[in-house]
Design a protein around this ligand. Structure first.
Ligand code: SF4
Length: 372
């Protein structure tokens, strides 16, 4: 295919040196040229395997003192799980072969760090082998503030309690202009970067996310991905980047967008940001995740040809997107995830949270048979 993308932009992409001007020019290129470049970089970085994780989401409360205008989850039914409820969900995860539980919740006004460490210690003491992927940078910031301690002290206590990794959520768009409008009172851009960077220096790997498709500009999306690249160049602690399209239903920001005649993101927009993330983060962050729960299963499968190499998790339970109008379900079995991967012409590999492959007992038997 003859590409209209200038050679110097392609060279910069291969060297991991895409500039903001390059990124803006790439968004002007025919979308399928952008997708093809991202797909080639994906191939060079991770080959043809597509990974997924068997995990379970546990949202321990929807009560929250936050004021995020995009949130349809907050106070949707006012529940709060106790430790026994959480342990029951972890047990269910373990019985369903999960290697990870992802624990997050709203911000409770009357708890401090001990509330969070108690969850981690309780889960680890009952289920020492499950990987605990928990607490957004906002929750860490909240816990540290409530306890009157520094971010480093909070992270160290959580790590000592058994926290393995953290989701890089609460990132939304890393622009204070946007954050003041869509999530006033939430940690600002510098504070999000601080929590994530300090997690890495404490030995806690994180993911990084972007929630796009609301009031942000194209430049702000690019700046966001550049911030992620800058963090990674300093710490190397980001395991994956996850673009998350804004869900416009049952929330104030979404209502305003719909009334203005827009419907958040469209399919090309979704694929473009996955491709752009692959290109800007090339040589820095290896894994770009297509979130089936946000994109839908079929578009997530297409994103595997536009730079993505991971389909996320089985989830088993999902409350955040479904409360904002998401209609893609709350669970996808490992078999169905593998079916989507294989039918897109790629090899499916189950992974753990930090992207090491999981060799199942069936695969081991197969390897033994082949060796014999
Ligand atoms: S996004 Fe999180 S912090 Fe913001 S209101 Fe919703 S639950 Fe609270």
């Amino acid at each position: 295919m003859i590409s209209t993308i200038p050679d110097h932009i392609i060279d910069n992409a291969y060297k991991g040196k895409t500039t903001k001007d390059d990124a803006l020019a790439l968004l002007q290129a025919p979308p399928f040229e952008l997708f093809e470049l991202a797909d080639r970089l994906r191939q060079e970085t991770v080959g043809d395997t597509v990974t997924y994780v068997i995990n379970r989401n546990i949202n321990f409360t929807d009560r929250c003192i936050g004021k995020c205008g995009f949130c349809a989850f907050k106070d949707s039914s006012g529940y709060l799980l106790n430790i026994e409820d959480i342990l029951d969900k972890v047990e269910d995860a373990v019985e369903n072969n999960a290697t990870e539980v992802c624990i997050q919740g709203g911000l409770l006004p009357d708890v401090d760090l001990s509330f969070y460490t108690n969850i981690i210690r309780s889960v680890k003491s009952e289920f020492p082998h499950i990987s605990i992927h928990a607490f957004s940078p906002m929750e860490i910031y909240h816990a540290a503030k409530q306890s009157g301690i520094s971010i480093e002290e909070a992270l160290l206590e959580l790590k000592n309690a058994g926290l393995d990794t953290m989701p890089g959520t609460a990132a939304e768009i890393l622009s204070d202009r946007v954050r003041e409008k869509i999530c006033p009172g939430k940690l600002n851009t510098a504070q999000w970067i601080e929590v994530i960077s300090k997690a890495h220096t404490t030995g806690i790997n994180t993911t990084a996310t972007i929630m796009y498709g609301h009031i942000e500009t194209v430049e702000e999306r690019i700046d966001h991905i550049m911030h992620v690249r800058d963090i990674q160049m300093k710490t190397g602690g980001i395991t994956e980047f996850v673009p998350l399209p804004f869900m416009p239903y049952n929330n104030k920001i979404g209502q305003e967008i719909i009334e203005s005649g827009r419907y958040a993101t469209n399919g090309i927009d979704d694929l473009q940001i996955h491709a752009l993330a692959r290109i800007i983060l090339h040589t820095h962050v290896d894994n770009i995740q297509a979130s089936w729960v946000k994109l839908g299963k079929k578009l997530a499968q297409v994103a595997l040809h536009c730079g993505a190499n991971d389909l996320g998790g089985t989830l088993m339970e999902e409350k955040i997107s479904s409360s904002a109008g998401g209609k893609n379900g709350e669970i996808m079995s490992a078999e169905e995830l593998e079916w989507f991967i294989i039918s897109s012409g790629r090899q499916a590999v189950q992974r753990n949270t930090i992207y090491n492959p999981i060799i199942s007992s069936d695969s081991m038997k197969q390897i033994e048979v082949e060796i014999l």
